[in-house]
Design a protein around this ligand. Sequence first.
Ligand code: 7JO
Ligand code: MG
Length: 214
Amino acid sequence: TQTTRPQRMLAAVQKNATRGDPRSVVKAIDQFCRQKEWAMNVGDEKGCILDSVVTEVNPATVLELGTYCGYSTVRIASLLPSNAKLITLEFNPDYAAIARQVIAWAGLEDKVQLVEGASGDWIPKMKEKFGIETFDLVFLDHWKDRYLPDTKLMEECGLLRKGSILLADNVICPGTPDYLEYIRNSPRYKSQYFKSHLEYTKVEDGLEKSVFLG
Ligand SMILES: C[C@H](C[C@H]1O[C@@H](n2cnc3c(N)ncnc32)[C@H](O)[C@@H]1O)NC(=O)c1cc(-c2ccc(F)cc2)cc(O)c1O
Ligand SMILES: [Mg+2]
């Protein structure tokens, strides 16, 4: 029977990447997406910007919205200090099943908590379920029309502190116009746009980095 693209991506990781070596997992996925089949990972170009922000913030707590197959989960977790925690939310069970195996192949299970479910349901439960006070870094990469409501929800739930960083993928393509309008005009945030390209293409896209001012 026909395999899915995420299944073929996982097979490429298991064939070409070294167990326990996150960078080889990232490289195997990027090669698969460049040479075989496009997929909606943040990719190598925007991935370098993601890496630099993670390294600069050096977060103890990270929330990722939209795991997909775990590419950015692996990129982020591979840069975290030993006691740090990354919680990643994915509501598609098929994608979540693949992502768990990609994260395991990279040897990062101890740093990552993959939660199957919708961000809107889980954000209000972060404190009680995971003992999280606030997030040092949030990577938004889920449905583009959920960035704004979920940001407001995180504010309401007290999950952001003075200095928390929001990093949003795809603010140009597919685009998140309502989120950009809000975050760039709100006195509670200081935003910066990192121009780049849609993963594995020449189409413009970029990341928006925003600091919550409290
Ligand atoms: C939305 C997806 C990423 C994942 O997010 C999960 N998800 C969703 N909403 C929720 C929630 N509310 N809670 C938890 N998980 C959630 C989903 O199941 C996907 O696995 N990402 C994209 O659609 C995406 C699309 C493109 C793209 C660009 C140009 C094109 F021509 C075609 C596609 C590029 C990108 O870089 C993306 O990131
Ligand atoms: Mg994306």
